[in-house]
Design a protein around this ligand. Structure first.
Ligand code: AMP
Ligand code: GLY
Length: 424
């Protein structure tokens, strides 16, 4: 197979790295890709918003399967355009991707089909939203409707914070453009979060190993939310019984609901969950692999990823195709100083080769660039350093051993990835 991966972050590097291990893959391309993929895939610098251009490129290069990493091209309809050209792609079409693209669609779908989630209200005007916040009080959660690059959610611990967030999203400033014209205001849920990613062809559903992300920038889950500062898998909070409950009460009903609504879903469905005792509720759905969860989950995958993804894209997925290694994986994200606020770019990174040579360690590139043969920083999240070992504790030690060999000025990373699992 000739396989094309769309995207260039840490998640896509991980997908490329795993696909490269498949005997079925003859030639691997990435658009735009990145320096971490060197030697694994041919990287092609093209505009990923030009869907027609991408489909024509894929036709010319006899691509048998296209794997879409990020949400934006899925929500924009990349898979629809590719299908119109007779091309196979892993990922949902636009109408199904709305489960991530619109918080309102997602919440209303869950309400209609009785999928457990936080109680919510959709507000169309600033006055209505403010009145609702005053009625409910804090803590309360405010979500902009459209894609806001992971920054459209404010978990407000005080009423003042909530009102300010509304002003910012819906007032004069309109920080998220059209994404802020309507908001979802929802009940604050207590508990422990867990990400369950599932492969699906629209009928068969096969869960991956449950993972846990670390959204806050600082140790002890302090500071502002980020795209994710590290992840590990398996997450012990998700017991076998809870996993079955999630499949029965959340994943299966949602996949069936989407089918019923004329929006059949295939690809990876990511359920962000809140677990409290044996209660499990949906925080959000994503229409793609998680980042950095993928960097912890796929290193444990023991099947043929190209085969599984092709099966998802062609309605031929079978549970026995999806196999897992025993053991655990921990991924530590190394970010630029200042992230998630403003940060510098172009800072030289050293120690990459040394770290990559360590046994059972892989350094995934999230935001890097090559300048005259030197790898430099080129984003907020720069690297995802993953290690695999028998236990979470051992994988953590191995991952931090690798992190310590890598240097760039201002580098910041959390020292406590996997703390919840280790505190149990
Ligand atoms: P989302 O983009 O919907 O996943 O929200 C980002 C993060 O905000 C989540 O991973 C949670 O940590 C937090 N969050 C979102 N919704 C809620 C909620 N209803 N209760 C508590 N925390 C939430
Ligand atoms: N790690 C959170 C996400 O991928 O949305």
């Amino acid at each position: 197979m000739n396989v094309l991966v769309i995207g260039g972050g840490g998640r896509e590097h991980t997908i490329v790295w795993k696909l490269a291990q498949s005997p079925k893959v003859k030639k691997l391309y990435a658009i735009p890709g990145g320096p971490g993929m060197m030697g694994l895939a041919e990287c092609v610098p093209m505009d990923v918003t030009n869907l027609e251009g991408l489909a024509q490129w894929a036709e010319t290069h006899a691509i048998d399967l296209t794997v879409v990493g990020p949400e934006a091209p899925l929500v924009a309809g990349l898979v629809d355009v590719f299908e119109a050209h007779g091309l196979k792609a892993f990922g949902p079409k636009a109408k199904a991707a709305e489960i991530e693209g619109s918080k309102i669609f997602s919440k209303e779908l869950m309400e209609k089909y009785h999928v457990p989630t936080a109680f919510f209200k959709v507000c169309d005007s600033l006055d209505e939203a403010k009145a609702y916040v005053r009625e409910k009080g804090a803590p309360i959660v405010i979500k902009a409707d459209g894609l806001a690059a992971g920054k459209g959610v404010v978990v407000a611990m005080t009423e003042k914070e909530a009102l300010e967030a509304l002003e910012e999203m819906m007032g004069q400033e309109h920080r998220f453009g059209s994404a802020g014209s309507r908001v979802v205001i929802e009940e604050f849920m207590e508990g422990e979060e867990c990400s369950l990613l599932c492969f699906t062809d629209g009928k068969t559903i096969v869960p991956m190993i449950p993972a846990q992300d670390h959204k806050r920038v600082f140790d002890g889950d302090k500071g502002p939310n980020t795209g994710g500062m590290g992840a590990y898998a398996p997450a012990p909070v998700m017991t076998e019984a809870l996993k079955q409950k999630t499949l029965d009460t959340i994943i299966r009903p949602v996949i069936d609901a989407l089918e019923k609504e004329g929006r059949p879903y295939s690809g990876c469905l990511y359920a962000g969950l809140m677990i409290s005792g044996d209660s499990i509720k949906v925080v959000e759905f994503n229409c793609r692999f998680g980042d950095p969860e993928t960097q912890a989950v796929l290193p444990l995958f023991d099947g043929d990823l190209a085969e599984v993804m092709y099966a998802c894209a062609t309605g031929t997925l079978r549970p026995d195709m999806v196999k897992w290694k025993s053991g655990a994986a921990v991924c530590v994200v190394m970010a630029s100083g200042g992230y998630p606020g403003s940060y510098p770019k172009g800072i030289a990174i050293t120690g990459l080769e040394e770290a990559s040579k360590l046994e059972d360690v892989v350094v995934f590139h999230a935001g890097t660039k090559e300048v005259d043969g030197q790898i430099v920083t080129n984003g907020g999240r720069v690297l995802g350093v993953t290690a695999v070992d028998e236990t979470i504790a051992k994988a953590k030690e191995r991952a931090y051993g690798a992190v310590e060999r890598i240097h760039f000025e201002g580098a910041q990373y959390r020292k406590d990835i996997a703390w919840r699992a280790l505190n149990r």
